[in-house]
Design a protein around this ligand. Sequence first.
Ligand code: SAH
Length: 354
Amino acid sequence: LRLANDLNENEILAWLCEENPENLDKLWQYADKVRKEYVGDDVFLRGLIEISNMCSRNCAYCGIRAGNSKTNRYKMQVDEIIKSAHDAKRFGYGTVVLQSGEDRSTNAFEIAEIVRQIKHETGLAVTLSLGERPFEDYKLWKEAGADRYLLRFETSDPDLFKLIHPSFGSTVSDRFRNLKDLKKLGFEVGSGVMVGIPGQSYETLAHDIWLFGNMELEMVGIGPYISHPETPLGNGEVVLSIPENQVSNSELMTYKAIALTRITCPDINIPATTALATLNKNTGRELGLERGANVVMPNVTPSKYRVLYELYPDKACLNETADECNLCLSARIKSIGRTIGVGSGTSRAMKNRG
Ligand code: SAH
């Protein structure tokens, strides 16, 4: 099997199927080499603020879906969000990420005001991850100073997407459309998928990874799918036809997807995700960083809310404070001989596109 930045879809597929440990070692080494050459040894830290778990959608995989009546819902107060942003700044993070369920009752102006205040008071880069919204809302947020937007397309298989991600009222979800809108508005744009979602075949995942390069994304987040018992996918209410070549939601498969993404999109930012760390709490983050990733997102959400932002069970870092996450992640990065990035950590991809 060949290793080069121009891997085609069939080669990506062949690598996803590879199980020989010696060959996989070559894959890890090559991904690490590409990472070092294109984005260097710096690991950039993003302070993650989970601003609300309110959600209008009913994604079959997600623990905070509207239909989960067992979740206590919260929405952080504006001053709490601002305080968390100041915490991120104090820890030396260059970016805050505001993430929430897709809460259609939240007025776009509310978010714009929060973005404006964070930019004004901290000067940090602001990333939003608030789901699908009309073009006008994205525009308003860009004008308010938001720098980046994360919206995973979750799977490139349109039939599977419809099954796991039901439409909102009469609006048909089209995350590829949303991603185009975001790019047009000048956001630095991130997407990504879950590895091993039921119904995902090796061919589909290979196509997902091929698309990352083709779509000219600046960031790609990849984590394993983790079943949540209070969701239709987790409790068996939704039964998907499982292809013969179903991708496993394993730690190993996640590393393969991360490594191949680094190889095919050399200059983008790739996080070692919390979902990956959930599968291997001891060394998942480190191995992610050594197999292609160059970003980590320490959680700065206040503890009382953090436990309620349960996308999937037993999430890593659930019972830690923001201070503890900061110390722990900094130590992990240094332990593998990497440095902590200074500044906002705009991707090389974004800079290269000018
Ligand atoms: N409401 C926003 C943010 C969603 S949470 C949006 O829809 O874009 C961020 C990501 O968590 C999702 O995009 C999804 O890929 C991931 N996620 C959700 N449920 C998950 C699960 N059960 N296992 C693993 N990842 C999950």
